[in-house]
Design a protein around this ligand. Structure first.
Ligand SMILES: [Zn+2]
Length: 64
């Protein structure tokens, strides 16, 4: 039996990756990978070498 899905989840966003350098998730759908805060990143962008593809549950109607 899988984990229950909260009622608040109305959408999913595909294509998130785990950064090898700053250990955070970043979205892999832009032309570049976005700014990485880690000084170990050679080009100051996130890198997802070997990362799983993460699909995030979301509620787009709840936003600030
Ligand atoms: Zn990063």
């Amino acid at each position: 039996m899988g984990a229950p899905i909260p009622n608040e989840v109305t959408a999913y966003q595909n294509n998130w990756r785990f950064c090898d350098f700053c250990y955070s998730l970043w979205w892999n759908g832009n032309p570049d990978n976005g700014a990485c805060p880690s000084p170990r990143s050679p080009d100051h962008q996130h890198h997802g070498q070997g990362s799983w593809n993460f699909i995030l549950p979301a509620n787009p109607a709840e936003h600030i």
